[in-house]
Design a binder for this molecule. Structure first.
Ligand code: FAD
Length: 409
C-alpha cells in the first residue's frame, strides 16, 4: 500500500523524535507534525536525569540527543509547549485536538507520550517533595539537593536508587524506604536486589525495607516521613520514586484499547486503524512472552521506532494488513549507581533461580544467570559488559541450564 501523506506524532522526546528521524532515514517525504508538551526541546537523554545531571557531572546542554541543525534538517512541523488533549478515531477520520484549540487531521497518528510519575495515595503537596520525569524536574531536584541535609527516597526502584546514590555522592544523609525486602525486588528478585542493598549500605545509604509509608509530615515544607509502624524519619527533602504510569489520560474516549498502556500488536499498531503507539505509553504484544509487555526501558524505544517507521513507509497501518516489520527483541536495560554499571538482558521473574557465575552480591564483577524450569531467562552483569555478551545468546534462545557440554570424541 502507498505510504500516508501525513503523519502526526504526539510526544517529542525519545520515542517521537526517534520515529521522525527513522521516517526520514527511510526516505519518507510526507508531512510530519510532532506535538510535544515540554516547554522546550524534549529530545534529551532522560536517563541522565537521575545520574550525572544530579551530581553535576553533566549539564543540560550535554543531554540533547540531536543538534538544532539536525532537527531542522528533518523538516518537521514541530510544535513544542503544546499538549494533545484528545484523539478522535473512526469513520470521520483521525483527529488530534491540541491545547491551543487546533484540531489536526492525520492519516496516521503515533502516540509517544511516555509515562508520568506515579503519585502516592497520601497528600504530597509540600515544598521539598520531588518527583523525577523531566529535565525541569531534574534541575529542580539538583537545586534542592544543594541545600538539603536529610534526604528520604520513597521507593527503591531504579530511579529511587539512582537518586539515592547521587545524593550520597553529594554527601547528603540518605534513607530509602520500600515495602519490598530488597531494592528493585519486583524486577531483579532477591539475590540481585540484595546486591544493590549491599552496594548502597557500603557507601552509607540507610534502608527501611519491608516498611510502608503512611504519609508526610510538614507544614508548608516537608519535615519528615511517617512510616506505617508510626515512626517518623526526619527529612528536609523527599523524593517520590513510585515508578511511572502510562501518560494516556488524553486518550480516554478515543476508542483505542488500553490496559496499563496502549495495546498494540508486535508491529506497533493499536486497535484503531492508522494509529500506532510506542515507548513507555505502549504495551506491545510480545511473541517471546506470549502477552503484551510495557517495557519502560530506553533500548526498546529505538527498536520500536524502527519497526513503526518501516510499517508506516510500507503503508501497513492497520492490523488487517501484513506488517513490513515486527518486534521480537530481548528486553535489556542498565542502571548506573556509585560509578558501577549493571546491565541486564532478558525478563527475569522474582521467583526464578539465580546462578552466580562470577563475583559476589555487592561487588563489581558480579555475573549471574536467571533460570526457570531448567532454561535461561535472563543474565545480569555488573561492570562486566563482555560477560553479558557471552550470555546474551543463551538467554535469547532460552537455552537449557546448566549448559549442555559438548562430549569429547
Ligand atoms: C529519571 C529517569 C531515568 C531513567 N533511566 C533509565 C536507565 O538507566 N535505563 C533505561 O533503560 N531506561 C531508563 N529510563 C527510562 C527511559 O528514559 C524511557 O524508557 C524513555 O524515555 C521512554 O521514551 P518515550 O519517548 O516513550 O517517553 P518519554 O521519554 O517520557 O517522552 C514522552 C514525551 O511526551 C510528552 N507528552 C506527554 N503527554 C503529552 C501530550 N498529551 N501531548 C504532547 N506531548 C506529551 C512528554 O512531555 C515527553 O516529552 C529512565 C527514565 C527516567 C524518567
Amino acid at each position: 500500500m502507498a505510504p500516508p501523506r501525513q503523519v502526526t506524532i504526539v510526544g517529542a522526546s525519545l520515542g517521537g523524535m526517534s520515529l521522525a528521524q527513522e521516517l526520514r532515514r527511510l526516505g519518507y517525504d510526507g508531512g510530519v507534525t510532532v506535538i510535544g508538551a515540554e516547554p522546550t526541546r524534549a529530545h534529551y537523554d532522560r536517563t541522565q536525569l537521575s545520574k550525572d545531571l544530579l551530581t553535576g557531572r553533566a549539564e543540560p546542554d550535554s543531554l540533547y540527543l540531536a543538534t538544532e541543525d539536525e532537527i531542522a534538517a528533518l523538516t518537521l512541523d514541530l510544535r513544542t509547549g503544546r499538549r494533545a488533549t484528545a484523539l478522535r478515531t473512526g469513520e470521520g477520520g483521525t483527529t488530534v485536538t491540541v491545547d491551543d484549540g487546533t484540531s489536526l487531521g492525520a492519516e496516521v497518528v503515533v502516540i509517544a507520550t511516555g509515562s508520568a510519575a506515579r503519585r502516592p495515595r497520601f497528600p504530597s503537596d509540600l515544598r521539598g517533595v520531588h518527583c523525577l520525569r523531566s529535565l525541569e524536574d531534574g534541575l529542580a531536584l539538583r537545586a534542592a539537593l544543594a541545600d538539603a541535609e536529610r534526604v528520604v527516597v520513597l521507593g527503591a526502584g531504579f530511579i529511587g536508587c539512582e537518586v539515592a546514590a547521587a545524593a550520597r555522592e553529594l554527601g547528603r544523609e540518605v534513607t530509602v524506604v520500600d515495602i519490598q525486602p530488597v531494592p528493585m525486588h519486583g524486577v531483579l528478585g532477591p539475590v540481585v536486589g540484595d546486591h544493590f542493598r549491599r552496594l548502597h549500605q557500603a557507601r552509607g545509604t540507610a534502608f527501611e525495607l519491608g516498611t510502608g509509608v503512611d504519609g508526610l509530615v510538614g507544614d508548608g515544607h516537608v519535615r519528615g516521613v511517617r512510616l506505617a509502624d508510626g515512626r517518623v524519619l526526619d527529612a528536609d527533602l523527599v523524593v517520590i520514586g513510585f515508578g511511572g504510569v502510562p501518560e494516556t489520560r488524553w486518550l480516554e474516549g478515543s476508542g483505542v484499547a488500553m490496559d496499563n498502556g496502549v495495546l498494540c500488536d508486535d508491529a506497533g499498531r493499536t486497535t484503531a486503524a492508522g494509529v500506532f503507539a510506542l515507548g513507555d505509553a505502549a504495551r506491545w504484544h510480545s511473541p517471546r512472552h506470549g502477552r503484551p509487555v510495557r517495557s519502560e526501558h530506553w533500548n526498546h524505544v529505538g527498536l520500536q521506532a524502527s519497526v513503526v517507521a518501516e510499517n508506516i513507509v510500507a503503508g501497513a497501518v492497520t492490523t488487517q494488513s501484513a506488517p513490513a516489520a515486527r518486534l521480537d527483541a530481548l528486553p535489556s536495560f542498565w542502571t548506573d549507581q556509585f560509578g558501577s554499571r549493571m546491565q541486564l538482558v532478558g525478563a527475569p521473574a522474582p521467583e526464578d533461580s539465580v546462578h552466580i557465575l562470577a563475583g559476589a552480591p555487592g561487588e563489581s564483577g558480579l555475573v549471574a544467570v536467571y533460570t526457570r524450569d531448567g532454561h535461561a531467562t535472563a543474565a545480569v552483569a555488573v561492570d562486566a559488559p563482555r560477560a553479558l555478551i557471552r550470555h546474551h545468546a543463551q538467554v535469547a534462545a532460552g537455552a537449557p541450564w546448566p549448559p549442555v557440554q559438548a562430549t569429547p570424541h
